[in-house]
Structure formats: C-alpha cells, structure tokens
Design a protein around this ligand. Structure first.
Ligand code: PRX
Length: 635
C-alpha cells in the first residue's frame, strides 16, 4: 500500500494512527518513496520543544527545485506547470510548461548569481502575482538563497522593516502592478523603502505595467535584458535538509513582525504530501489557489506543494471583482479548474452578489472546494457548498498558519464527512491538544480550550529569524512541551475540531493576520492622539474589521474629527498598508484601565461587538466612569 493517497475514512484512521505511533517510520517511507534526494538522511527526527530545536531528515542533501521541476521533465516536460491568468481578461492566459519553467528558473538563478547572490544570502521579493514572482522564488531556492517574499500590498515602511530585519542584499520588484482597473506604483514604494535600507546592493525590476519609473544608477537594473543573456542551465545548489529555504513575516501581538524561518526537506515533504491528500489532486487536474504568493498559502499551495506533485497550478494576477464579480467563476470555467482554494472573505463578498453570476458559468469541473485563513461562518459555508459546489464538491476547511508551513487540520475530500464551520480532523502526523486555563490537556470529546500541537511535524517553522528567544517565548513557553498556536478550538462529540478564533491580540481581517500593537503605534504617531486601542468587531464581508478607540490630546469635534480620522487611516496605510485601515474610529475621553495601567481590551471588544449586557465587574478599574461614556458614544 502506498502511503501517499488516502482513499477512504478507514484508511485515514489507519494511516493517521501509524503517523502518530511511528512518526519516524511513517515520514521516512513518504520521503523515500516520493522525492529526489542527493543523499538520504542519517536521522529522521530529533526534537526538543524546551529549547526548542527540531530537525527533520538530518544529514540529507537535496534541492527543492529538482523536486519541483527537474524530476518532472522526463514525464511531464510539456505539461503546464503554471497557468497564468492576467488581470485583464482580454489578455491571453499563459501556459508555462515544466520545461519552460525549468529554463526560466535557471535563467533567473544565473542572473541572481551574476549579481553576486550566493547560498544563504537573503533576497527580498516584492513582485505582484505574475509568473516572475514564482520564478524568482524558485530561482532563489535553486541557488540556496533565502527568499523573503513581501506581499506587494504592504507599504514602504512595512517593506523596509522586513528588508532590514533579515538583512536582504537584493530586492526583486516590478515597475508596477495591475489590480482591477487600477495600477500600483510598486517601484516608487521600493524607492521610498530603500531610503532606509543600507544593505541593499541591487534591485532587479520586472517590466509589467510599462510605467515611467526612476532607475537609480548603479543599483537598479531591468530584469529582462539580463534574462535574455542568461543560460538556461544552472546547476542546483545542494542543500542540507535543515538549511533555511525562506523567511516569511507574520504579525505578532506585540512588536516587530516575526520572520518565520522554514527549512528545506521537512517543508518539502509535508507540503507535497498534504497537497496531494488534502486536495485529492490527480494527474491532469487543474488546481487553483487564489491566495497571493506573499502569504504562506501561496508559498505552500501555489508553488511548492503543487509543483512537487507535478501539478498544474493557476496563478491569477487580478481581483475577484474585476471586470465584475463573476471573474472567479469565469476563470474556473475557462480553465476547467478541478480544485479551487480561496478565503472566507472572498466567499462572503461573492455570496453577497447572489447566485446569478455563478450560474452564468459552467462550474462542473470542480471536484474539491477549499477554504483557508479564518473561520468560515455557517452562511458562507452553505453558499459555497450549495451554489458553487452544487452540493457535490466537498469543502475542505483547512486550518493552519504561517508558522505551521502547511495544512494541519482539514477534512480529506471524499474521505472525511464534512460539517459546516468545522475543520474536522487532524491531518496525518498532526497531534493537536486542547488545553484549559489551568494548563492541563483536556482529554476526550466535547471540550473547548487553547489549541496546541504536542509533537513536531515536518513543515513547522524552526525559528524566528535571528530571534530564537522570541520563537521560544511566543510558541513554546505558554504550555510546557507544546507548540501553542494562539487559537482557541473545540472538539465535538465525534472528535471534530472547530477553530473558535484567536485568543491573543492578533486580529484576522479578511484572512490577513494583523497585530494590534503596530497599528496602535501608527495611530499614536498622529500629533493629536494621546492614546489608542484597537479591537476587532464582526463584519459582514471581512469577518472581523478593526475598531479604534482614540483619545485625543485636546478634544475637538465635527470637521476636526473627520480630518483626524482620515489622517489616522493615512498613517496606517503608510506604516503598514491599506489592509490595516480602521473601519470605525471612536473618539473617547479616556480608555478603561486596570489599576496597573493596562487597557482593558475585553471591555472595548464587547462594546465594539455591541454586546454590553455583561461587561463583568468594572468597579476595579482605575477609571470605571469612562465605560458608560464609551458605551453612550459607541458607533
Ligand atoms: O487564527 C487562525 C486563522 O489564521 C491564523 C493564521 O494566519 P496566517 O499565519 O496568516 O496563515 C493563514 C493561512 C494559513 C490562524 O492562527 N485561520 C487560518 N485558517 C483557518 C483559521 N481560522 C479558522 N479556520 C481556518 N480554516
């Protein structure tokens, strides 16, 4: 029996049990059977969560691009690897075969080498959703450079913070990007960011929108002429299993973004295995994940997981509402997509448009529907299931994180019976635990607690870039010998998991992780602001949106307030990006505080949720009188 493709529930339990009882044997068999190694490992796993130190396939040598590209050439050379669908539906789609991908990645890898990039160097990739983004990622992996992709919707400040944190030597970017009927001046953002990044030696620029941009002499170079001259052969750098593959930043509840470090072999094995099983991908299926490669979902399930399986992966440049809200359905119809993976926020926005637009297109190719990034509410689940999936395509509600590298809790389609709003069962090899407030593991079913993982899995992040202490504190210090996810969850009567949401100060807005502290820092930069507190509140489309309570140094009203509101959101856009803008800003006389001066966010959250019936005991506050004022003036 091959461990690779799970076909029925009994088999799931059987494979799952094996993966838990004999994890080393299990993952060794998967690794042996399905990947290309330059040298096999000396040891499958060594781990110690108290340090924490985790190593998978120690001693093994490989290059992930040989697994994602080279080894497919003999049998799938002419098969489409990346199917690029441009923003403009009039522009034709581009089918990049495995052979072409091989050539383009090697050319790019040679350009990087010519520019002085070596194994272990960090390269920042700030490129929109065009083939060059995936090619740049793979080219870094080809030569052992560590890629740090920054979502091309982040502001110049967010970009420079990330570039400096990981000491990148190079930025790969584009002149600009298309988003619906707008263009974005990416190069201008990069120029601004680089004013405070002294470590950047070169900038390679992809021509996408053909805009008139500034090229800095000695630093900036157009990419295409370099590619034209480069060779299509670039030998793969042979990497150790635990060599870093990439850094990807994620928000924390406090401080700077965390540069999660993923390493090579374990990440490859687990993303490939999970891709094949979680999506039940079959040869010749067309798979589409709508995420941006700037997020972990795009890394693992547009690039590495699908390509390691020799799949056809759609890469879409545009947005769901351009030229109209039927675009996703149009693309599914046009390319006969078989697996479709998107986020609840998109599903809610599309559901709002009704079913007519969906019905205009032939969606009969769809076999599996996926959801990721935030809890999917019941209404959205049913719309997705009934209207898009026509009740025949199972929804996999996949729970995971930047830190986990790949899917952790999910139904396996056609194997695990689904249940609305439940991510259902742990994926193979994943050992979740629910922990109560006393720090004890809750055994049995029908329990609710903090979600932890008890045992290492191959694709877990190994550290935070140059901040192992923070890695330990954030994930391994809350509960002894466990990885703490920051999420709450419940386990129902049959052992299915439902994720209930974050239990820390991270807020998930439209599926994007946002820490409250950096947003508050941006708000507090406004000269009129004395202090602020940001909380989440339920939002029809975004799932959760941001509510800011702001105390001004001097009270103002009317027009002054309107101006300050605009300026605050502009500051947030400049410091972080438009995704972190506040939907509501309430000006307050003061914020409720504990006697030690800590803002009581719990109370502010309830007021923002319009649930003021049970605010708990407020008499112990330093300033209980402000609560009623805030309630009276709530938006
Ligand atoms: O709170 C969980 C939520 O998204 C967080 C991870 O965000 P990020 O690192 O940006 O990765 C998102 C894509 C993998 C989690 O801690 N989350 C993600 N998927 C789900 C979810 N919450 C509920 N259900 C999900 N399926």
């Amino acid at each position: 029996m091959s461990n690779y493709h799970i076909k029925h529930l009994e088999e799931y339990y059987q494979v799952y049990r094996k993966s838990v009882r004999e994890p080393e044997n299990f993952w060794e068999e998967v690794a042996e059977e399905h990947f290309l190694w330059r040298k096999k490992w000396d040891k499958v796993l060594s781990w110690d969560f108290s340090k924490p130190e985790i190593k998978w396939f120690e001693g093994a040598k490989l290059n992930i691009t040989e697994n994602c590209i080279d080894r497919h050439l003999a049998t799938r050379g002419d098969k489409t690897a990346i199917l690029f669908e441009p923003n403009n539906p009039e522009e034709s789609a581009e089918h990049i075969t495995y052979k072409q991908l091989y050539e383009r990645v090697n050319k790019m890898a040679n350009v990087l080498k010519d520019q002085g990039i070596k194994k272990g160097d960090r390269v920042c990739i700030y490129v929109p959703m065009i083939p060059e983004l995936a090619i740049a990622v793979l080219a870094c992996a080809r030569i052992g450079a560590i890629h740090s992709v920054v979502f091309a919707g982040f502001s110049s400040t967010a970009l420079s913070t990330r570039i400096n944190d990981s000491d990148c030597k190079m930025v790969i970017t584009a002149d600009g990007s298309f988003r619906g009927n707008k263009t974005i001046d990416l190069k201008g953002i990069v120029d601004e960011a680089l004013e405070s990044c002294s470590g950047i030696e070169s900038v390679l620029v992809v021509k996408r929108i053909d805009s008139d941009i500034n090229m800095k002499e000695g630093r900036d170079t157009w990419l295409q002429p370099l590619l034209d001259k480069a060779s299509t052969e670039c030998p793969a750098e042979i990497m150790d299993a635990e060599d870093p593959l990439f850094i990807l930043y994620t928000s924390g509840s406090t401080g700077q973004p965390k540069g999660m470090v993923h390493t090579t072999a374990g990440y490859m094995v687990y993303t490939a295995y999970s891709f094949k099983n979680a999506f039940q991908y079959r040869e010749n299926d067309v798979y589409w994940c709508t995420a941006d490669i700037g997020w972990i979902t795009g890394h693992s399930y547009i690039i590495y997981g699908p390509l390691a399986n020799g799949a056809t992966s759609v890469l879409f440049e545009g947005v769901p509402h351009y030229p109209d809200f039927g675009r996703f359905w149009d693309i599914i119809d046009k390319h006969q997509v078989n697996q479709f993976y998107t986020a609840p926020t998109a599903i809610r926005a599309l559901a709002k448009q009704g079913s007519e637009l969906v019905d205009k297109y032939d969606l009969s190719s769809i076999k599996v529907l996926g959801s990721v990034g935030e809890p999917i509410n019941e209404e959205a689940w049913h719309w997705y299931n009934d209207i898009v999936g026509k009740n025949k395509s199972p929804i996999i509600d996949t729970w995971w994180q930047t830190e986990t590298g790949a899917i952790m809790i999910t139904p396996i389609p056609f194997v695990t019976p689904t249940k609305p709003t439940y991510a259902t069962l742990p994926f193979i090899g994943v050992q979740p635990a629910l922990i109560n407030d006393a720090g004890e593991e809750l055994k049995g079913n029908q329990v609710e607690g903090k979600l932890c993982i008890k045992f290492p899995w191959p694709s877990m992040a190994r550290t935070i870039w140059r901040n192992h202490k923070r890695y330990k504190e954030t994930y391994f210090s809350t509960y002894k010998d466990m990885y703490f996810t920051g999420d709450g969850a419940l386990r129902d009567e049959v052992g299915y998991y439902r994720i209930t949401g974050r239990v820390d100060d991270v807020i998930i807005v439209s599926g994007h992780n946002l820490g409250t502290a950096p947003i508050e820092d941006a708000v507090n930069e406004h000269p009129a602001v004395a202090e602020s507190a940001i909380v989440g509140f339920p939002h029809e489309i975004k799932g959760t949106a941001l509510y800011g309570y702001v105390t001004l140094k001097e009270t103002g009203e009317g027009r002054i307030h309107d101006n300050v509101r605009k300026e605050i959101n502009q500051l947030i856009t400049d410091r972080i990006g438009p995704i972190a803008k506040l939907d509501k800003i309430q000006f307050t006389q003061g914020l409720p505080k504990t006697r030690s001066g800590k803002i009581m966010r719990r109370i502010l959250r309830k007021i923002a949720e319009k649930d003021t019936s049970n605010l708990g005991d407020t008499s112990t506050l330093l300033n209980p009188e402000c609560v009623q004022n805030i309630i009276d003036e709530a938006l």
